[in-house]
Design a protein around this ligand. Structure first.
Ligand code: ADP
Ligand code: MG
Length: 246
């Protein structure tokens, strides 16, 4: 299958430090591709380079048949390459449905002036409420975002990313700071999304990674030391030594 995302030879340096070092990786349509590796391996840097948030020192990114290497974050998001937990900030004094409605508005590119009024438009509210139900936040729809628990806030951020109709979601540690119950719920949600939207998932929770990923890439010191099916990665002696065994 031809790739939805093709990253080739990505490099990012911070002074003398090489955070990503000649990194190449593909994501196929509908695939959940996990990236794992120790702290400081360059996972967040990779996500930022793919999202267009950080300019690369070398390498190219093709997405959905186009070269996007020189596009900024907003332009890449419009093409469907969307980073969750960053592109759209949650507005704490707005309700859950208003936040999602504003993300829908961003996708539709409509401007109704005053935001809160815009969030009341049925054309925005209806798809927003459907997404909120789907993501399991139905009972919280009309509560202010600031009243949500941490895990619910992450669910809301996911709903806001989905409202932009991404083709590929870039997820940088979506379970960070979650307890076991919230982690299970988020894993279930991502499982539900699998196949509908491709995902590049950076995550430390190995149970979540092995439950979700079709393929896993292991990063160590900015380099991909292995890519393969979860079972093969688990059994790879170099991976166990560099990461999983520690
Ligand atoms: P990971 O997400 O895998 O933990 P990061 O991509 O955050 O790793 O970081 C990779 C390396 O680059 C680390 O050594 C980190 O300290 C360094 N780094 C990341 N961002 C910056 C920055 N903005 N300025 C300087 N060094 C950075
Ligand atoms: Mg990181």
């Amino acid at each position: 299958m031809s790739a939805l995302l093709e990253a080739r030879g990505l490099v990012k340096r911070f002074g003398g430090l090489v955070a990503t070092d000649d990194l190449s990786l593909d994501v196929t349509p509908g695939e959940c591709h996990a990236v794992i590796g120790p702290n400081g391996a360059g996972k967040s840097t990779l996500i930022a380079q793919l999202a267009g948030e950080l300019a690369s020192d070398a390498g190219t990114v093709r997405f959905d048949g186009r070269e996007v290497s020189r596009l900024g974050m907003a332009a890449r998001a419009r093409l469907g390459l969307v980073r969750s937990f960053q592109i759209t900030a949650v507005l704490p004094e707005f309700t859950v449905v208003e936040n999602v409605a504003l993300a829908v508005q961003a996708r539709l590119g409509r401007h109704w002036g005053f935001w809160r009024r815009a969030a009341d438009q049925p054309a925005l509210q209806d798809p927003a409420r459907r997404l909120i139900e789907e993501i399991g936040l139905g009972p919280r729809a009309d509560m202010k975002a600031r009243t949500l628990a941490h895990g619910e806030q992450r669910q809301l951020e996911l709903a806001m990313a989905l409202a932009t109709k991404p083709k590929l979601l870039l997820l940088d540690e979506p379970m960070a700071g979650m307890g076991p119950e919230e982690t299970r719920r988020m894993t279930g949600l991502l499982q539900q999304l699998k196949g509908r939207v491709a995902m590049l998932l950076v995550e430390h929770d190995m149970d979540a990674v092995f439950a979700l990923a079709d393929r896993v890439t292991v990063l160590v010191y900015g380099r991909a030391i292995a890519t393969g099916a979860p079972a093969a990665i688990r059994a790879d002696p170099a991976v166990v030594e560099a990461y999983l065994g520690t």
